[in-house]
Write a protein that binds this ligand. Structure first.
Ligand code: FES
Ligand SMILES: [Fe+2]
Length: 419
């Protein structure tokens, strides 16, 4: 009997077709986690790595993580972007240690092997040995060919300023990967305007990485957990909403539409909703509708497995997921705006960014409950969730009282994991 069987008392099963009762071992098992890295992060999928605005000039780079693998996202001389695995061909050193910077070539410090920005090996010290006292000492064997030993180069897709990479040479085109319905929401935020990065928030959340995908596919909780939203009128369970998904069930959108005029009236009556709770600075609620929004006032797009594109009022962010074992993940918010934003709009976006981030008025709640869930999964590994709000099947809906997107994700997850 192996340790898993002991831990799960022989109950490590999941009946075919059941999407609404997720066994807790899905979130805690080390073997499941390793298999997820292989099947979702290292093959068959596109992973978000950067915004183009983070590397505007030749040589600008950013280090990113795809699952547990470090990669270097770098702007080359011709303006294109390369993504190279951060593993030296010589002895495997993950040589790039900076989070970002500018390099016109890449050099590993250990034995100074040198690469160009295409990842080609361009220099090997003492390749032909060292001349000493009239003789040549050392040198690489005659059949050593630098052309065979470059850095591993990933597939890259760039769409409207957002950079994705994949270790899988067979990955489908990004547009096909997203599917038309998700692409429409993607293009709503990234419609070709130049982006401007305003800053980052980063946190490590002690929960399984899938819980963040679930949380952002879960409109059911938003009007219940987030008292800030309710108190200050930014979100209510009865506002016009819908959820959308791709054909595989892996990506999703939660969209909501507030009647901004009515909402602004609500905001003036704030005190009555939760007596005594007031903002010191009410400018955070200074929401101005932007033409590009169209009907929705908020949309949260989850691109499986590692990206969330969030537009909540005037705050726009990408959020990316780096799993750190089954029990933790790193979450990075990249707060951005658009190059043609007026200075007041930039200030407004930054003020509203206080809703999110590790200590955000809203997101602090989510970070905490994700941790609570993981604690329960570890404590009672033989049990299951009851993800049955609005039924047991998967699919989109035109209201918020649903867990349909989560069930959709597990229908995809089970297929790929063959579980
Ligand atoms: S490990 Fe990189 S040069 Fe030796
Ligand atoms: Fe939330």
């Amino acid at each position: 009997m192996n340790t898993h069987e002991i831990q799960f008392h022989g109950k490590r099963t999941w009946e075919a077709g059941n999407l609404s009762r997720v066994p807790y071992w899905v979130y805690t098992d080390e073997d499941i986690y390793r298999k997820e890295l292989e099947r979702f992060f290292y093959s068959g999928h596109w992973l978000y790595v950067a915004l183009e605005a983070e590397l505007p000039a030749f040589g600008d780079f950013k280090q990113a993580m795809i699952g547990e693998r470090s990669v270097i996202v770098i702007r080359t001389e011709d303006g294109s972007v390369n993504v190279l695995e951060n593993v030296c061909a010589h002895k495997g050193a993950a040589f790039c240690r900076e989070q970002s910077g500018n390099r016109k070539e890449l050099t590993c410090p250990y034995h100074q092997w040198n690469y160009d920005l295409q990842g080609q090996l361009t220099g090997v010290p003492f390749r032909r040995g060292l001349k000493q006292d009239g003789q040549v000492n050392g040198g690489m064997p005659a059949d050593f060919n630098p052309a065979d030993h470059g850095l591993r180069r990933l597939q890259v897709a760039v769409r409207h300023g957002v950079i994705f990479a994949s270790f899988d040479p067979e990955v489908p085109p990004l547009e096909e990967y997203l599917g038309a319905d998700i692409l429409a929401y993607y293009d709503r935020v990234f419609n070709g305007r130049k982006l401007k990065v305003h800053g980052y928030s980063r946190q490590r959340i002690p929960s399984n990485w899938k819980l963040v995908q679930e949380n952002l596919k879960d409109p059911y909780h938003a009007g219940l957990l987030h008292t800030w939203f309710i108190t200050f009128g930014l979100y209510r369970g009865d506002q016009k909403s819908r959820t959308v998904l791709d054909a595989h069930g892996r990506h999703g959108v939660m969209e909501s539409r507030r009647n901004l005029n009515a909402a602004n009236e609500d905001l003036k009556k704030v005190g009555s909703f939760k007596e005594g709770m007031k903002l010191h600075d009410e400018r955070i609620l200074d929401i101005v509708k932007e033409d590009w929004w169209g009907e929705p006032t908020t949309s949260i797009v989850t691109v499986f497995p590692n990206l969330v594109i969030q537009q909540q009022s005037n705050s726009v962010t990408t959020r990316s997921v780096v799993p750190r074992g089954p029990h933790a993940f790193d979450f990075t918010f990249t707060h951005f705006g658009f190059e043609d934003d007026a200075p007041e709009m930039t200030r407004r976006r930054l003020r509203q960014a206080n809703l999110f981030g590790p200590a955000g008025y809203v997101w602090a709640d989510d970070g905490e409950v994700l941790e609570f869930c993981q604690q329960g999964y570890r404590q009672a590994p033989g049990r299951r969730t009851i993800t049955e709000q609005n039924g047991k099947d998967f699919g989109p809906s035109d209201h918020t009282i649903t867990e349909g997107l989560i069930r959709s994700m597990y229908s995809y997850w089970r297929k790929v994991m063959e579980i």
